[in-house]
Write a protein that binds this ligand. Structure first.
Ligand SMILES: C[S@@+](CC[C@H](N)C(=O)[O-])C[C@H]1O[C@@H](n2cnc3c(N)ncnc32)[C@H](O)[C@@H]1O
Length: 398
């Protein structure tokens, strides 16, 4: 089918608000630039009219707008440069994926789905609460409802995945992560995995997206390894999810596509970032935990920062910010494109910042190295991450 006909087919299916369940546009086509990472379109019932709700996510936040089907400029959207199109209707799933050579691969399957037109519906779940693995890992109760005491952790994991998913798709489309197949799955390493809420969720979610995956969970605690391994066995997924009890820094070099860490305590986040860099992880997503390392080093305060640090609370917050800013800059110097994003509202955890890094191999500008050196020398810092990556930083000229 010609490209124009393919886009026409996608457009017709999306604009058919009576049968559309949802459409997702993601990834980037070769030679295109995109302002947003992902667009999801759903029909919603507002004052007796079915409108199309367009949710655009730029990697940091989601913007939502509602359009009458006749008002939506579908051609502009379809031609803006997305590489993957998924259109779920009540009776079919139609998908188009542009290959690296910019050829569209089309797939259609028959399904039976229902429209959900409620405008105020709760955000669609990536993880159905009744999924057996959520019951096994103790997030949901036996009735398949998220336990009140686990609600925050459930949301943290889900929002973490909401960022992981488009970042991963974009990295695969851009060739930063290898082509995925059964024999060459995406390899995810979760550093400081604890009870493995995120580890299992990442595995199950990517499997549900038909992406072959191998997940490795690392935690220093042997009881975590035993518990997580027996859950994986019970779920029959122990071929593709594995747990080891070891210090992150001692974890042997292994092939990794995505290194993740959710609230690895204090300098365990630095261990995780250093491990990811040393093992050449193309993607890193780390949500840091407490920040004690630099807090204890904030002694000789370069003025005029004394204005801030004489207030205990502000000193603590500044210490957190400096810690993460230094982590970001080190990754940047070592060839990563780095962003910090809030992955979840602060009401669910005050530790809601995520460092998202994609390896580009770009050489840092000398001014970036100079700013980093100036910052740590003015404060007299010896950051944990810089110690762990001393050789790499020296090689990069920092
Ligand atoms: C706050 S828990 C977070 C667990 C999990 N990622 C989550 O979000 O539910 C931090 C975990 O990191 C582990 N940990 C801390 N330092 C570590 C290290 N150096 N090596 C391996 N695991 C470590 C702890 O045992 C603990 O299970």
């Amino acid at each position: 089918m010609e490209l124009a006909a393919t886009f026409n087919e996608i457009g017709v299916r999306i604009l058919n608000a009576d049968s559309l369940v949802r459409a997702v546009l993601s990834g980037r086509r070769r030679n295109y630039q995109l302002d947003v990472e992902r667009i999801e379109i759903r029909p919603v019932l507002i004052k007796d009219s079915v409108l199309l709700q367009v949710m655009s996510n730029d990697g940091v936040r989601t913007t939502t707008k509602n359009y009458a089907p006749t008002e939506l400029n579908i051609n502009e959207l379809l031609n803006s440069g997305f590489a993957n199109f998924l259109v779920e209707s009540v009776d079919s799933v139609y998908s188009v994926r542009f290959t690296k050579k910019d050829r569209p691969l089309i797939h259609e399957g028959r399904v039976t789905k229902q429209q959900e037109l409620n405008h105020d519906r709760v955000k669609s779940r990536l993880l159905p609460a009744s999924d057996p693995y959520l019951i096994e890992i103790g997030i949901s109760d036996l009735q398949g409802k998220v336990k009140p005491s686990r609600q925050d952790k459930f949301l943290q994991v889900e929002e973490f995945l909401r960022l992981l998913s488009p970042t991963l798709t974009a990295a695969i489309s851009a060739g930063q992560i290898h082509k995925v197949s059964e024999s060459n799955p995406i390899r995810i390493v979760d550093l400081g995995c604890g009870h493995a809420y995120l580890t299992f969720a990442a595995h199950q979610y990517l499997v549900s997206q038909a992406l072959p995956v191998h997940v490795l969970g690392i935690d220093v605690r042997e009881e975590s390894r035993q518990r997580n391994t027996s859950i994986a066995q019970k779920l029959g997924i122990n071929n593709s999810i594995e747990f080891r009890a070891e210090e992150i820094a001692q974890t042997k070099a292994t092939e990794v596509d995505v290194a993740i860490a959710l609230h690895a305590c204090d300098t365990a986040t630095d261990d995780a970032l250093a491990w990811a860099v040393k093992n050449g992880a193309p993607l890193i997503l780390a949500a840091p935990c407490c920040h004690h390392d630099l807090q204890t080093q904030m002694k000789a305060i370069p003025e005029p920062w004394g204005l801030v640090t004489r207030q205990g609370l502000l000193k603590e917050r500044l210490g957190d910010i400096l810690t993460d800013a230094i982590r970001v800059q080190i990754l940047k110097i070592l060839g990563y494109r780095v962003e910090t994003v809030e992955f979840i509202g602060g009401e669910h955890t005050p530790r809601n910042l995520m460092i998202r890094a994609v390896k580009t191999g770009a050489q840092p500008e000398s001014s970036e190295i100079a700013k980093y050196q100036q910052l740590i020398s003015e404060w007299g810092f010896s950051p944990a991450l810089a110690i762990r990556l001393a050789a790499e930083l020296e090689l990069a000229g920092a």
